[in-house]
Design a protein around this ligand. Structure first.
Ligand SMILES: Cc1ncc(COP(=O)(O)O)c(C=O)c1O
Length: 392
């Protein structure tokens, strides 16, 4: 039976990652495909303890409907943590708690985009954002991006001919490339968008997962005109299943986001918001983040070391200093989907890079996640993948 549906659904595609993840469910498959944090790092015992206290002392509110903006004490805690870690000066009133930062992306699409509007993004960019924005039928323009971030001259040149509704950027340990923008690029970028008065969505779930080097200031901390909406998340530094993220934005933008969220889910889970707030108050989140970084640093080293040893020398890859992902570019003309077929025969999986480019192309690229598997499995997986690459 064919039923008439909205035109916009035609431009939306099932996430290629989710389709590939189905193939990786088999036991024995070494998967570098998903974006999953390593589950043994979830503080389940501590959460059990705080949950018992919340339900005993505050059960009526924890299980009740609540304001759309979010749980007051959590908004306070998020603003304080963000100011301490990302160099911003936001207040609790500028924070909207969202159901993951993914919801912030969808809400931003909802309030900013009419069909045909232009969105500027990095090249490549996060597939989940491409999919969220696509529902609102924009036209994507990729800004050339290198190891230091968006190239300012290219951005400037594009702005001579395009009027984007916003620029979407992931400056810290980007998904999918693992790249981190340099300080000079951040400054140059903010100078340009400020001069042109272009809103920015700064998507920042990985900045705290830095394995080495100094923290760099967020774009939001350099924002003098209220142009930057900052999307944060507890998914990568805590637990994604709670679905707690936030957007920090200027009051005018925040008010519209709140209205958009009312239509989506009324508010983020009252219980989950309290769980995060209680954990932040009673435990040491920084120690938890350190533990995660220590684990992922070893895994990053295992993957990079194995790739240096095993991979053909005619491909290049990023050496990320934080986050979850590493990006591989094979010789021009090679197709990551053909490599994936071979890899799956050898029970190892990854995500081909092409879907991370909204304007198409780049079939010769792929993304690897080093966060989920332990060192020995990473080394075994890279050896298998190198075998697949040689065959293709
Ligand atoms: C760049 C980026 N933004 C947003 C998200 C969504 O995260 P969440 O909704 O769990 O906060 C992810 C998840 O992988 C991501 O990589």
């Amino acid at each position: 039976m064919s039923v008439p549906m909205a035109r916009r659904i035609d431009s939306m595609r099932p996430s290629e990652i989710r389709e590939i993840l189905k193939l990786t469910q088999k036991p024995g498959v070494i998967s570098f495909a998903g974006g999953l944090p390593s589950p043994e790092l979830f503080p389940a015992k501590e959460l059990a303890a705080v949950t018992a206290v919340i339900l005993e002392k505050d059960g009526a509110s924890a299980l009740q409907y609540a304001p759309t903006e979010g749980h007051g004490p959590l908004r306070e805690a998020v603003a304080a943590r963000m100011n301490a870690k990302r160099g911003t000066r936001v207040t609790a009133e500028e924070i909207l708690i969202t159901s993951g930062s993914q919801q912030g992306l969808d809400l931003a699409g909802k309030i900013f985009l009419d069909p045909g509007d232009v969105v500027l993004c990095e090249s490549p960019t996060y597939i989940g954002a491409i999919n969220a924005f696509r529902a609102y039928e924009p036209r994507f323009v990729e800004v050339p991006t290198d190891d230091d971030g968006m190239v300012p001259e290219s951005l400037e040149w594009i702005l001579e001919t395009e009027r984007p509704k916003f620029v979407y950027a992931i400056p810290d340990f980007q998904n999918p490339s693992g790249r981190c923008w340099s300080l000079e690029r951040r400054k140059a970028f903010m100078e340009i968008v400020t001069r042109w008065s272009i809103p920015v969505l700064e998507d920042c779930p990985y900045a705290e997962l830095r394995f080495e080097g100094d923290d760099l200031p967020s774009l939001k901390s350099m924002d003098e005109k209220g142009l930057v909406a900052f999307l944060g998340s507890f998914s990568k530094v805590f637990c994604p299943g709670l679905r707690v993220g936030w957007t920090a934005a200027d009051p005018e933008i925040l008010r519209k986001l709140v209205i958009a969220k009312q239509g989506a889910d009324l508010h983020t889970s009252s219980l989950c918001q309290r769980q995060v707030e209680a954990y932040l108050r009673l435990y040491d989140m920084d120690a938890n983040v350190h533990r995660i970084c220590d684990t992922y640093r070893v895994r990053r080293d295992a993957m990079v070391g194995a790739m240096d040893r095993e991979f053909p020398k005619d491909l290049s890859f990023t050496r990320p200093r934080g986050g979850f992902f590493l990006w591989v570019e094979m010789r021009e003309g090679m197709d990551a989907r053909a490599v994936l077929e071979k890899a799956l025969e050898k029970e190892v999986a990854f995500i081909p890079g092409a879907p991370f480019f909204p304007c198409g192309g780049h079939e010769n690229s792929l993304r690897l996640n080093y966060a989920t598997m332990d060192g020995p499995r990473i080394e075994e997986g890279i050896a298998r993948l190198a075998g697949g690459l040689r065959e293709v």
